[in-house]
Ligand binder design. Structure first.
Ligand code: EPZ
Length: 417
């Protein structure tokens, strides 16, 4: 069990560089299987989920290694098409490998990804996408089994703008004969990033960032290099940390429009946020204003991943801040832990009403998922005294050195792994 020991009451001041994006690099690592040659990725964050992906690639027979922020993957030696439970258990999003393995091997067996702390994580849209490309799909002994004597391009209609299913469909379509049109696709920046990487690998892909993506074909380009985009959720985490702790922070290497939904809410709450080319500057002095209603939606709406983080920033805001979580059912787990700090949060169904309190007091709390854990660390910045966040390893799945990043801005966090 890791411990994040947070001393509250220290306003932030300083400048940080934002890590590479977890939710961009994971599908890119899966898509590297398509290359059949060496791929070099730079700006790769040091995260448990990245290490889990490299383990999966090695298990499949690829070579995969890291040197600082550079990761090399050579999929020439790909020999396996099965990902066992002991590997899918480490990373729920391992289903993202399905399309790549199927495209390369003509079959894939992946142990069903467990549900996770956010509630059930169905994969029906992923499987429907594989079927639309001509694969036979079945569930055998808790494993997803896909078989295809060659994939054929077709129309994939996503009933929900699922990020992972959109990515799986794009990757698998690169292995299909003919054109594939994906309608109802997710529009997240990570989808646009994946399109860029697939193009670099030699795919003819268009439309990412809209709800219709077309894949016309793929002729592999060897030895591709790719730099991972900045992590918009890590950026939002630092913004919410400053909103909660007070003070100022400058974030380097951020695409301001990727966090527009977040900065809009922070400005409405009274924080001063300025975007200057690839830098964001935030200043929060005085008490934040409540009164906002924060509704999570698929991109470009307010990101579900930032809901717990913004909740932390709202705990001492003046008035009531209402949240409406529309993406994941189990995404208010942090609220019970925040109450131990003195927060006032009422939950009914998808809505949570946060009544701002004068002060929060340090306490021992439990991280129950990745972003919930980060939200408790942020709440501790705004509490009096010491907050102890006990964490079974959630936060390091998605953040590279979150303690060092916040301490470089003046926070006082002692992390014991
Ligand atoms: C991605 O998860 C992100 N993870 C999540 O970030 C993020 O919260 C989520 O997108 C939404 O933005 C990665 O990119 C690795 P979805 P994903 O498929 O792809 C339902 C974090 O903290 N659904 O867009 O798994 C699903 O239940 C993580 O970094 C189906 O019904 O999310 C959910 O309600 C957490 N059937 C909704 O769609 C399916 O087959 C959105 O899920 C797939 C999804």
């Amino acid at each position: 069990m890791s411990i994040w020991r947070v001393q509250g009451g220290y306003p932030l001041d300083g400048s940080v560089t934002i890590q590479g994006a977890k939710n961009a690099v994971l599908p890119v690592l899966a898509a590297a299987i398509l290359a059949g040659s060496e791929v070099e990725l730079t700006n790769v964050p040091r995260l448990r989920d990245v290490e889990a992906s490299l383990d999966i690639l090695r298990h499949l027979g690829c070579e995969a290694g890291r040197q600082d922020d550079v990761v090399n993957v050579d999929s020439r030696g790909l020999s396996g098409c099965r990902i066992p439970r002991e590997l899918t258990g480490q990373m729920r999003s391992s289903v993202i490998f399905l399309g790549a393995i199927l495209a390369r091997c003509g079959q894939a067996r992946i142990a069903m990804p467990g549900g996770c702390e956010l509630g059930p994580r169905p994969v029906d849209l992923h499987l429907a996408a594989m079927k639309a490309l001509g694969a036979e799909v079945s569930l055998e002994d808790g494993e997803i089994v896909c078989r295809a004597d060659g994939l054929t391009g077709g129309h994939i209609e996503l009933a929900l703008p699922s990020v992972g299913a959109s990515e799986n469909a794009m990757i698998a379509a690169c292995g299909a004969k003919g054109t594939t049109v994906i309608t109802g696709a997710a529009r997240e920046p990570e989808i646009v990033e994946l399109q860029g990487f697939l193009r670099a690998l030699g795919a003819d892909v268009d439309g990412a960032g809209t709800d219709e993506v077309t894949v016309r074909g793929f002729s592999p380009v060897p030895n591709v290099g790719w730099r991972v985009m900045p992590d918009r959720i890590a950026a939002a985490t630092v913004l919410c940390a400053c909103a909660c702790a007070g003070g100022t922070a400058e974030l380097r290497g951020v695409e301001a429009d990727h966090v527009a939904g977040v900065t809009e809410v922070l400005r409405a709450m009274g924080a001063d946020v300025q975007a200057v080319s690839h830098r964001l500057r935030i200043r929060r002095q005085g008490r934040l204003r409540g009164g906002q209603t924060v509704v999570t939606r698929p991109y470009p709406g307010f990101p579900t991943d930032v809901q717990p983080l913004m909740m932390a920033a709202s705990l001492k805001a003046d008035g009531v801040t209402v949240f409406e979580e529309n993406i994941f059912a189990g995404r208010y787990r942090q609220a019970g832990q925040m109450a131990r700090l003195g927060a006032k949060i009422e939950i009914s169904g998808r809505r949570a009403a946060v009544t701002g309190v004068e002060r929060l007091h340090g306490a021992q709390v439990l991280a129950e998922d990745l972003r919930g854990g980060a939200s408790l660390i942020i709440a501790g910045l705004g509490a009096e005294g010491e907050t102890l966040v006990t964490d079974p390893g959630h936060v390091i799945r998605g953040y590279e050195d979150l303690d060092k990043v916040l301490n470089s801005l003046g926070a006082r966090i002692d992390f014991t792994k």
